[in-house]
Ligand binder design. Structure first.
Ligand SMILES: *[C@@H]1O[C@H](CO)[C@@H](O)[C@H](O)[C@H]1NC(C)=O
Ligand SMILES: *[C@@H]1O[C@H](CO)[C@@H](O)[C@H](O)[C@H]1NC(C)=O
Ligand SMILES: *[C@@H]1O[C@H](CO)[C@@H](O)[C@H](O)[C@H]1NC(C)=O
Ligand SMILES: CC(=O)N[C@H]1CO[C@H](CO)[C@@H](O)[C@@H]1O
Length: 419
């Protein structure tokens, strides 16, 4: 009886909320593994979901009228209030391959461009890992743990970015009265840049707020350059900022405490035929070490290893103010990232990793700055103009990234298992 009541309440609920349309949503399956030192790795039947804004969102009863998107923002007529937007708008299932997303077994490939009838369009997909139920995001709790994955960046030319990162989104994607769809339709994105997306947690963002949360960039890279970067925020979960709190002195550290071997002086470590050879696939391992080596401790170090051709490759060792550095520590962030420190530094990042974060995969380009911050000038070997998306689209329209073999668990348990 209690169940029946709950079901009825749910139906009444839907009548007054942004509705789920008739086009079915089918999540591409992506196997992942959870590992422990004692029992090895256990396969998980997980899947991915595209961001809500890559789903058709239209007026109820009229699929030609859009309720808004990234470029146009909200349709002000249909979405004058959060409630009217929820009532007037319908969210539909989406076509993953048309958005450049394909999976096979434990492997995910993301394409920047799609060619349809001879015309190339930029799709730039961003997808989130769902748990085995397919209803909620998989929450990764990585304090005193590690995560590893294989990556093929060989076709990611200068100016491209294939990214794998974590953000402290809500497990349900913010499912609720005004957002019945939730994580199943990819709602609830946030990151440390606090951008003013048209929807926050699936609810119309009427007054242009920013959607902020802690972010851990495990991997931002192309074939020429790579960086890993924690971004701490002094808030928990998703925070809707306004005014100054969305800006550079706000609640999140937008620049982060990053490690890019080229920027730190080692120009022969990462690239075509370098120590980590980006013409071939390799494994990336990231370890979140705490001061007492338990998950109750404070995050004190983020370590990086690579595995290629069966060999473990230690991270680049660089000189920072006369000290040899091969990982992110409090001392390193103190010398290079004062704003990260003011937001609480590694300890604060560790709290978010302990609470649980959502795994995000994306491929993107950068019309504004040609990704120079990652791969050009002091950051990498690319020249300042070759990352222009117009050039990439003309010369490398099939640029893509493949992530596979994603495993997380106890320190040392995720990559030894394969050999
Ligand atoms: C917004 O919705 C109204 C009402 O259906 C419609 O007339 C208008 O064309 C829409 N605007 C856009 C930009 O789609
Ligand atoms: C976070 O930092 C901002 C800006 O420095 C400050 O205004 C705010 O009060 C801080 N919030 C918390 C919860 O510490
Ligand atoms: C930058 O690199 C591209 C591709 O190698 C080349 O065509 C271009 O002339 C270079 N530009 C400059 C200013 O060196
Ligand atoms: C975010 C961004 O700058 N995306 C650009 C990717 O490249 C296409 C052209 O190839 C641009 O139209 C997008 O703006």
């Amino acid at each position: 009886m209690a169940r029946l009541l709950a079901a009825t309440a749910c139906i009444i609920h839907l009548v007054a909320a942004q509705q789920i349309g008739k086009i079915p949503e089918t999540h591409p399956k992506l196997q992942t593994w959870k590992c422990t030192t004692l029992s090895g790795c256990q396969k998980q039947d997980t899947s991915v979901v595209l961001d809500a804004l890559s789903h058709p969102l239209h007026e109820k009863g009229n699929s030609d009228i859009s309720c808004g998107n990234w470029d146009t923002g909200l349709n002000a007529t249909l979405c004058s209030t959060q409630e009217s937007c929820a009532e007037n708008c319908v969210l539909e299932g989406t076509d993953y391959s048309a958005h450049g997303v394909q999976t096979k077994g434990d492997s995910l490939i993301l394409h920047q461009y799609m060619k349809t009838d001879g015309t190339i369009s930029s799709v730039s997909p961003r997808v989130y890992l769902l748990d085995e139920t397919g209803k909620n995001y998989d929450m990764l709790r990585l304090l005193n743990q590690e995560i590893s994955f294989d990556v093929d960046v060989s076709s990611l030319v200068c100016g491209m970015n294939g990214a794998l990162y974590l953000a402290e989104m809500l497990e349900s994607g913010g499912r609720g009265k005004l957002n019945p769809a939730g994580a199943q339709y990819g709602t609830g994105y946030c990151d440390a840049q606090c951008s003013d997306d048209p929807w926050i947690n699936g609810v119309a963002n009427i007054d242009g707020k920013g959607s902020c949360c802690s972010e851990m960039d495990l991997w931002e890279a192309n074939a020429r350059a790579t960086a890993f970067t924690p971004h701490a925020c002094n808030i928990t979960g998703v925070y809707e900022c306004s005014g100054d709190l969305c800006g550079s002195d706000g609640v999140c550290d937008k620049s982060g405490c990053g490690f890019n071997p080229y920027a730190l002086g080692d120009h022969d470590y990462y690239g075509y035929k370098d120590v980590v050879d980006t013409t071939r696939q390799f494994t990336v391992v990231t370890q979140f070490i705490t001061d007492d080596h338990t998950s109750r401790g404070d995050l004190s170090e983020i370590r990086r290893l690579y595995v290629q051709g069966g060999k473990v490759i230690q991270n680049a060792v660089v000189d920072v103010s006369g000290v040899e550095v091969d990982s992110l520590t409090n001392d390193y962030c103190e010398t290079s990232a004062s704003y990260f420190q003011s937001m609480g530094g590694l300890k604060q990042m560790g709290k978010a990793l302990g609470r649980g974060m959502v795994l995000i995969f994306s491929i993107w380009n950068d019309s504004g700055a040609f990704m120079n911050w990652l791969d050009s000038g002091s950051a990498g070997p690319c020249n300042s103009t070759e990352g222009n998306p117009a050039l990439i689209q003309a010369q490398h329209p099939s640029t893509s990234v493949t992530f596979s073999n994603i495993r997380w668990g106890d320190i040392g348990s995720t990559f030894g298992a394969k050999f």
